[in-house]
Design a protein around this ligand. Structure first.
Ligand code: SF4
Length: 606
């Protein structure tokens, strides 16, 4: 089967043993790769009810099957594990050179179980595998860790995915940094930290085979032409365009969802005013979109300190914290890179603390004299640093807003803007019923491009989510999916040309549906219950300040969730019936998915 290596690397950190294992061909066909394959591999080795920060919570890193094949915007890999923030499965995709390097090692995935006795890093060097001591890397940030590993290996092409100091200290806001991006949400960095695994470094030199190289070349050329036409017709994001959601329907949350900015970017001057700091836009391998905006962090035009800013980080570290001054946002983002923090959750946690401060629930004594009002530059930057160091108020916030609000009490859960323990940021759902449903009950995060069709039905939501899961399994970048004229058909064709395995659009959707149902079934095994599919109280009780008086209607959301479960073929309680598993060809997983339901996390604050 071309493009696949059909092998994964199993690493048991407790024993230090590593082993190459075959991936059954059926798993590749059924789950494709990326998030789908990662979820199937996770199920294979996970123990139900295990502590998310214990040795029995595996981490799976799986490449997309198109990475290395010249298919555009497809150089991605997924990280799948159970989130220490939610207790549920989290699978996110990141794009860059790491997936290409993994493809070149001869593996499609790495499955990491157990925990090391002392800090190590994993180095997959083509066919050879090493577990190396990482004591000297302790406390190092992402850029320093990558540089040190490259120095040690003597090769600047080694690609490094690593956790930072926050992950080593088990902060639930910790992420994994790969390349220059912080993409993985839900505390994946803390899961690596709990395993005492500082980094996974890869150097792969084997070429990826493509089943029909000539047809692939032609298909990629056609796609690129179509993408240019889509962009020219206003259907996409031009390189260098303002980052924030630009649709008139999307309201950008500000001051911890107490305010909204209509039209998102249209009225936000920060990013556009900072053109002097924008150095360039860059692209991931084989991607014509080049959407990554590289900014200089300091005012010094000769400084080479730079950071890639994306729309979610900008929204969370910016308006959500009442901050509209880009240099401050960039400084806070830089600290997220230094400490390995998820910028969305870090920004949302600071925003929650700022509201607590303004309401008098947190005082200067709690903040060590820091002004934590909305819009305070010191408040944002210094609190981000303290989260990364787990010092003072930062140690509380590093647990995420759900746990922080549970600890502080005094009604602060009212403005803890999280769903199932994961912080929200991006578009405000109070004017967008479809977004409210996706945020409350969805299995794949909605994109933040502000497009929400008011006439969308629950069936549309299921279809979209299944396509999103298929896209995350092929590891086709969500930022680029809007450029496809017919995503299911074009993505399925690329897969067929790359692997030699025929796949039609219906089968592509089916693979996404299979993955979504598997994720849900694992979540149910881990204690998920219907009341978890809900939104923070503020969204139901406090109208938007934009004059529309919009709130999320409890009645409408309940009806939408009912419709969504029905559309999925689940029970009224949101459980996946055995017949559904059987219809998706997953009958053999029934026993594995029974498990227990102990250790359910305290998701709800109602
Ligand atoms: S669209 Fe942007 S993030 Fe996605 S692959 Fe292309 S350059 Fe990378």
């Amino acid at each position: 089967m071309s493009s696949y290596n059909s092998k994964y690397l199993a690493v048991d950190l407790t024993s230090g043993k590593t082993e190459a294992r075959e991936i059954p061909g059926r798993w590749l066909r059924d789950y494709l790769g990326g998030v789908g394959l990662g979820t199937r591999l996770y199920l294979e080795c996970a123990r139900p009810g295990a502590d998310t920060l214990g040795p029995d919570n595996p981490v799976v890193m799986a490449r997309g099957p198109l990475s290395g094949t010249m298919a555009p915007a497809s150089a991605g890999h997924a990280v799948v594990t159970r989130s220490p923030a939610t207790g549920l499965l989290c699978g996110s995709v990141s794009f860059g050179l790491w997936s290409l390097a993994l493809a070149g090692t001869g593996y499609d995935a790495v499955v990491i179980t157990g925990a090391a006795a002392s800090p190590v890093y994993l180095f997959i060097d083509d066919g050879r595998v090493h577990l190396r001591r990482a004591d000297p890397l302790a406390g190092q940030g992402g850029p320093q860790t990558a540089a040190a590993i490259r120095r040690e290996s003597g090769d600047s092409r080694v690609q490094v995915a690593c956790t930072g100091p926050a992950g080593e200290s088990l902060a639930r806001l910790a992420t994994i940094r790969d390349g220059h991006r912080l993409m993985h949400r839900g505390g994946a960095g803390a899961v690596l930290g709990a395993k005492k695994l500082k980094a996974v470094a890869v150097r792969g030199t084997r070429p990826v085979s493509v089943a029909d190289i000539d047809a692939m070349r032609k298909a990629v050329l056609d796609l690129n032409t179509g993408w240019r036409q889509t962009a020219a017709g206003g259907g996409g994001l031009e390189p260098g365009e303002c980052l924030l959601p630009g649709s008139g329907r999307c309201h950008l949350p500000a001051r911890n969802y107490q305010q909204a900015i209509p039209g998102g970017a249209a009225s936000l001057a920060a990013e556009c005013a900072a053109k002097g700091r924008l150095i360039k836009t860059i692209a991931c391998p084989a991607c014509p979109v080049a959407c990554q905006h590289v900014y200089r962090i300091t005012d010094d035009p000769h400084s080479d300190e730079q950071v890639v800013l994306d729309n979610e980080a900008l929204a969370a570290l910016g308006p959500l914290c009442g901050m509209f001054h880009l240099p401050v946002i960039l400084k806070a983002l830089d600290l997220c890179h230094v400490y390995g923090l998820d910028p969305v959750s870090a920004g949302a946690s600071v925003a929650w603390a700022m509201e607590c401060f303004e309401r008098g629930l947190l005082t200067s004594q709690d903040t060590n004299g820091l002004d934590l009002s909305f819009g305070s530059a010191d408040g944002l930057v210094e609190t981000t640093r303290r989260i990364g160091q787990l010092s003072g108020i930062g140690a509380v916030l590093a647990e995420g807003v759900l746990r922080a609000a549970n600890g502080l009490g005094q009604g602060s859960g009212e403005w803890a803007m999280q769903v199932k323990g994961l912080e929200m940021a991006g578009c405000d759902p109070r004017t967008q019923p479809g977004l409210a449903l996706r945020l409350a009950a969805g299995l794949r995060p909605p994109t933040l491009d502000g497009r929400d069709d008011p006439s969308a039905t629950a069936a549309d939501a299921c279809r979209e989510e299944d396509l999103a899961a298929a896209g995350d399994s092929l590891a086709i970048c969500p930022n680029a999916r809007r450029y496809f004229r017919d995503f299911p058909a074009e993505a399925a064709r690329m897969y067929t040309l790359a692997t030699g395995m025929p796949l039609n659009p219906a089968e592509l959707r089916r693979a996404g549906e299979r993955t979504n149902n598997l994720i849900k079934a694992i979540d149910i095994r881990e204690g998920w219950q219907r009341p978890d599919d809900w939104l923070p109280p503020r969204l139901f009780r406090e109208p938007l300040d934009t004059g529309e008086g919009a709130v999320v209607s409890e009645k409408d959301l309940t009806a939408a969730i009912d419709g969504y479960y029905r559309g999925r073929g689940w029970s009224a309680e949101g459980l996946v019936p055995g017949e559904k598993l059987a219809a998706l060809g997953m009958d053999d997983l029934r026993e594995m998915l029974k498990g227990n339901r102990h250790g359910a996390p305290p998701h709800t604050l109602r």
